[in-house]
Design a protein around this ligand. Sequence first.
Ligand code: NIG
Ligand code: FE
Length: 411
Amino acid sequence: MTTLIINIKELLQIREASIKKVSGVEMAILPSLKNAYLLIENDLISDFGLMENCPKIIPNKSIDATGKMVLPSWCDSHTHIVYAGNREQEFVDRINGLSYEEIANRGGGILNSAKKLNETSEEEIYNQSKQRLEEIMRLGTGAVEIKSGYGLTVEGELKMLRVIKKLSENYPIKVKATFLGAHAFPSEYKENHSGYLDLITNEMLPKIAAENLAEYIDVFCEKGYFSVEETERILVAGKQFGLIPKIHVNQFNTIGGIAVGVKHHALTVDHLEVLTDEDIAILKGSDTMPVALPSCSYFLSIPYTPARKIINAGLPLAIATDFNPGSTPSGNMNFVVATACIKMKMTPEEAINAATINGAFAMGISHSHGSISVGKKANLIITKPITSYYQLPYAFGSNLIDMVILEGKEI
Ligand code: NIG
Ligand code: FE
């Protein structure tokens, strides 16, 4: 099956397949070709170039992209889209003056979602979650990381991870699974932290590894959640089962989570709404990718991750949605790109790099996703006719996507 896209106004994010991420000043560059073609063979990009060199072939399918941009589909490296029900009541409680922390302290928040999840069948959770997955695919996401963490029981965590696996098998979007049993302490372990850590390490991890249900391990390292010492214990246990760390840190407080993540070669450290110079210095000596979640800051009205400070220090940065029922009930990467520009003062080039190639790195898939490169997956966004790619963040709230192609097929 060959598909030829012709007359592309601008083909964005063209790179050698060997580029795995971009850092610092490199993030300001978005390599592109104007008046281009792109050839897809089956599920892969097989060729691209200027229209004047377009191959004279008769493809199975031809798409005329006159006036339109083509770019790699978004890579959303941090989500919690498998959950049951919603937390709209907490949203209204926050409008009426309660904080996210106060809601959590009353047994709401993550524990509220955990209660709902444990009361809901696997089939029902799958049906609710697949709608979110289908929605984000239509919004241009072609690769997504999904975390567990609303089970907080052996059965609940396994149920979530099995749903993630089933989604991965049934949809053309690339899915990466992360075990986040250490998302919050269940109330019965409030005074018995080591009991819950034992449950994670002695019961959850062996079962997850036996069924091969996760590639990454996450911990919510934060005051009132998991301490730095507890985080380290879980990361070490996860590594014994072959899981790579990818952790929640510095959302509300800086307690040393970045240092422990870097020490254990975390692929990513995510959130970073509060970040010290020392944290930046630690990241500079590492391969760990910082990940910002701008729509979480937007929804909770908390500080935005200091993107300029991170990029100006020469570091890479990825951006992701954090799609979850409590802090970010949205999986719209277009909004994330716009918010990164509007609120974090990233340039459009930096935001698109952060949402594609660096997002792919943050899921360990930048060899196959995140850029327009020969041999990579044909995961593409074709925009509506637009004046320039600046429109993507500028016209925030407008849907500028005309077509999404995943693994070579229009969805
Ligand atoms: O990334 N910070 C921790 N976890 C999620 C929110 C979880 C929730 O409120 O359900 C986050 O924001
Ligand atoms: Fe999160």
